[in-house]
Every structure is written in C-alpha cells, then in structure tokens.
Design a protein around this ligand. Structure first.
Ligand SMILES: [Zn+2]
Length: 394
C-alpha cells in the first residue's frame, strides 16, 4: 500500500513539474494574446509644464499633405532616385527646425541613406523618434496575384510615420522651450525589403537593415553620432511609428517594447480620449521592427504599430496595392501625433534636470523566447533529478 502511494506520488509530482514548466514556457513563447496585461494606475513621471500643451499645436492636415509629398517622389525603394529625392527633401525640411544629415551605407552594392535630424543637439540626454521612409518593392500580399510583384505606394507603411514625426518636429521647434533633452528624429532606409511569403522586397535583404546598421555604427564609431556626454546609455527612450495613419487605428502592445514606456504612452493616449486607439488591455504581439536593435542594447523602446498581419484589424492593406493615400485617415495621424507630443510635454519638463529612465530593459536573458525555453529546460531537469535521486529504489 505504502509502495503504491509513493509510486502515485512520484508519478503525480514528475508530471506536475513537466506540465507546469511546459505551460509556463508555452505561454511565454506564444506571442498572441497570451500575456495580456491589465495596467495598474501609476502616476506619470513628471508634472506638465507651461500653460500651453504641445498636443494642440499638431496640425493633421500638414501631416496628411506631407504623405502626399513623399508619394510624389514615386516609389522609395532603397537605391532608387525616388528614394534619394525623398531623403533629400526630408532632410532639408528638417533643417528648418534643427540640424539634419544623411548617413549613407551600402547593402549589396545599393546606396542607402538613414536621415538623422536633431533639435537641441548638445544636451546629454536623448529621446529618439523614428520611422522608416522606404517603401516596399513588392506587394506580395495583394489579393490580385498579377500585382504581387509590383511596388506598393507605402502611404501608411512608411509614409505615415515620417509625416507624424516631421509635424512633431515643427511643433517642438516652434514651441521655443528651453528643452533639457536632445530630440533625434531618425528616418530609416531599408526597413521593408525582407522576405515574406517566399518573396523578398530586394533579393537577399533582411528586414530593418538601416536600424541594424545604425546601432552597429553607434557602437563602433560613437564619435560620428554622439556629442560630449552622450552615449547609448544616455538615450532616455526610443519611440517608433509604423503604420500609424491608416483608417480604424488600433495600436497593439508589442513585446520587444518596454512595458513601462508602453504603459505610459497608452495611458497618455487614454487621457486624451483615445481609449479605442490605445486599448489598455488589447492584444500583445511580437514584431521584428526598427526598435529591436535598440531594445537589444538596453534602450527603452516602444513600437507604435497596428496588428497589420490580421485582415480584421481595420486596415487590411499591409503590403498590398491598397496602401494608398485614400486609405489614410487624417484623424489617425492626429491621434498619434497629439499623443506623442503629450508624452514629450509630460516627460521632458525643463525644470527637472536629468530624467529617470524607464527601468526594465530587454537583454538576451529577458527575451520571452529565451525565458520560456529556460523554464522548460529547468523544469524537465528538476523532474529528472527528482526521479533519479529520490525514487531510484522503486
Ligand atoms: Zn512593411
């Protein structure tokens, strides 16, 4: 009887450990909806300053017109004339608000250019806003198969993020506030040419080539990027805008992004009345995007992006011929721009000095895939040790 009981106990314990570790690792590895988070109320990290709010200065028709300007250069495929003309236009417009330069690099012989524009460039603490400006060379998801090898307009996928950032830069510069941070506006080339459904934008290219290259350069040649007192460690936060101007805007929580920064910006969106667009307990997804190389260096990042791979997300035109100006919503541009400017307004109070960084960082060991696999291995290991140590007599 005693033997039977011990056998049952052994069977039960080992299975329990394996099931618990399996389910913990699966829940971490499965990105979709599996670790939704209910956000707790947390005070914003500083008081608003001055009597005006930056958010009210955001002009959504300027942003909309800016997308039309980008599209007027034609396709912005890396290495093309359209791309170079668009890059020069972005940079010269941004010079009205601060300083701006093209940073060129080449991939497989194609000349590419990131654009970095700075307002208040000498302050040691840095906040980065970013988007990609290249447009995808193929519409591999188009419902009409004859269009799948044609380029997309990229009004939303590319154009919208650039437009919101350029209008934000205008507002930040014209506010003439004695900012205590440097603002960087980074426009990446070569984000959108990787392989999807067996079709590459440009053969042999990966996603996010421009951001990967920039982070590598920042490490290897910091003096090209940083002024005195600046380094990767003084980057306060990095916010990426990707597909922020489509109809029916609804952002998801992206799991490479910093939780605290995500909470903060989503709460600000809610406080402005955009509960539908920044749902506090919406879906969580895992996307490779231009913020990932920065997150991997421990920089708090946020990818403002929609659930583009779900046809029911309200904007079903990802990598199709439907990514046109007709499917852009001026209101979505406004919602994004006002929320981001309110974040600036509430976070970078010039009276506060050095601003505390968001705490949690993504490193190799905090990646959900790595944690999940680790838990599984440890769980199975414990089960094996218990089995062989305590139950070998039976
Ligand atoms: Zn894309």
């Amino acid at each position: 009887m005693k033997k039977k009981l011990i056998r049952f106990f052994r069977f039960f314990l080992i299975n329990l450990i394996i099931i618990v570790s399996l389910s913990m690792s699966i829940s971490l590895i499965t990105p979709i909806d599996s670790y939704l988070q209910i956000l707790e109320d947390k005070p914003l990290n500083s008081q608003p300053f001055l009597n005006t709010t930056l958010a009210d200065e955001f002009n959504s028709s300027f942003a909309y017109n800016n997308i039309e300007t980008q599209l007027s250069f034609g396709d912005r495929i890396p290495g093309s004339n359209g791309s170079f003309d668009c890059a020069k236009n972005i940079s010269s417009e941004m010079q009205k608000y601060g300083e701006s330069a093209l940073y060129n690099f080449s991939i497989n012989g194609f000349q590419c250019n990131n654009i970095i524009s700075r307002i208040n460039p000498n302050k040691s603490q840095i906040v980065i806003f970013a988007s990609h400006y290249d447009s995808r060379a193929v519409a591999e998801k188009d419902p009409n198969s004859s269009l799948r090898s044609e380029p997309i307009d990229g009004a939303n996928d590319g154009g919208s993020g650039v437009a919101v950032m350029m209008e934000m830069a205008r507002v930040i510069a014209e506010a003439k506030i004695n900012w205590n941070v440097s603002f960087w506006f980074v426009f990446f080339d070569a984000e959108d040419q990787g392989e999807s459904r067996g079709i590459s934008g440009i053969n042999g290219w990966d996603w996010c080539e421009g951001s990967e290259w920039m982070v590598e350069e920042m490490e290897n040649q910091p003096n090209i990027y940083f002024r005195e007192g600046q380094s990767l460690d003084t980057i306060h936060s990095f916010i990426l805008f990707d597909m922020v101007g489509g109809t029916n805007l609804k952002f998801i929580r992206e799991s490479h992004s910093n939780d605290d920064l995500t909470d903060e910006v989503f709460k600000i969106g809610n406080s402005l009345g955009y509960e539908v667009n920044f749902p506090l307990n919406g879906a969580t997804r895992t996307y490779i995007d231009d913020h990932v190389p920065f997150a991997q260096k421990g920089i708090p990042t946020l990818d403002l992006i929609i659930e583009f791979d779900n046809l029911n997300c309200g904007w079903p035109y990802h990598h199709t011929s439907g990514d046109t100006i007709e499917n852009i919503s001026e209101e979505s541009l406004e919602i994004t721009g006002r929320t981001a400017l309110q974040y600036v307004y509430e976070t970078f109070d010039p009276t506060l000095g050095f601003i505390e960084k968001f705490s949690s960082k993504e490193t190799f060991f905090s990646n959900p895939y790595v944690i999940g696999t680790g838990i599984l291995i440890i769980g199975v290991g414990i089960a094996i040790v218990i089995k062989s140590t305590f139950f070998k007599k039976y």
